[in-house]
Design a protein around this ligand. Structure first.
Ligand code: B16
Ligand code: MG
Length: 213
């Protein structure tokens, strides 16, 4: 392994719960119950694509203008949760792994579909670990498209085959594999079956495990 590329929401910090709360609130206003199972389909997917998934599951079609208004409303709730977030919300083991990778000279990138990623990493005070940061403002195609991971590898100046991606979303695992990278899934082995290995949390990972992939 020459480089390690981290997803943000659901890997380094549990902002995935805040996305869920905000989408659930928006869905309720539309008379929809957003289940945890359907929420899995939104993970790693960009904001407008997520709204389109919620609407299509429920057979709703709306004009673009109204969709923009709803997506902005969801983002206002989400950023409210982020404002109240504490540095301590970084997931257990994340800083130790970032530290160990940096000490070993392994290049580190962040590849998050979120347009709020820069705010979140500053809230967590972890910007110093990243040699490259690619967020939702810098890509045109959201995960499962490999664009975000290919862009991260290019910014690190490494080949995709030398990268390991850490992801919690089905769409993210698909994107990593489509980019020709190794991928560690964080979460359920059933949902993330395309990953090279799956663990319950980032705290279970260390450099030896990653090097053996
Ligand atoms: P925003 P990740 C993704 O971040 C989230 O998993 C996904 O649920 C969210 O819809 C997407 O970012 C866009 O976020 O509305 O803040 O731009 O997992 O790729 O770090
Ligand atoms: Mg994620």
């Amino acid at each position: 392994m020459i480089a390690c590329i981290f997803d943000l929401d659901g890997v380094l910090v549990d902002t995935a719960q805040y996305h869920f709360l905000a989408w659930k609130k928006l869905a309720a206003e539309l008379g929809i119950d957003l289940t945890l199972q359907n929420n899995e389909r939104l993970k790693g997917v960009g904001r407008m694509d997520s709204l389109n998934i919620i609407l299509s599951i429920n057979g709703i079609s709306l004009p673009e203008e109204e969709k923009e208004r709803l997506a902005t409303k969801k983002n206002t709730w989400f950023t409210g949760y982020i404002d109240a977030m504490k540095k301590e919300e970084i997931l257990p083991g994340a800083v130790a792994l970032l530290d160990a990778l940096q000490q070993s000279g392994i290049k580190i990138a962040l590849a998050s579909s979120s347009k709020n990623a820069q705010t979140v990493i500053d809230k967590l005070d972890i910007r110093k670990y990243f040699d490259a940061i690619v967020d939702g403002n810098m890509i045109s195609r959201s995960k499962p498209d490999p664009e975000i991971f290919i862009t991260a590898a290019m910014q690190l100046n490494v080949s995709p085959v030398d990268c390991i991606v850490i992801e919690d979303a089905e769409a993210g695992v698909e994107a990593a594999k489509a980019a020709g990278m190794k991928c560690v899934g964080i979460g359920s082995a059933a949902t993330l079956s395309k990953a090279d290995c799956v663990v319950d949390g980032i705290g279970m990972l260390n450099i030896d495990i990653l090097n053996k992939l």
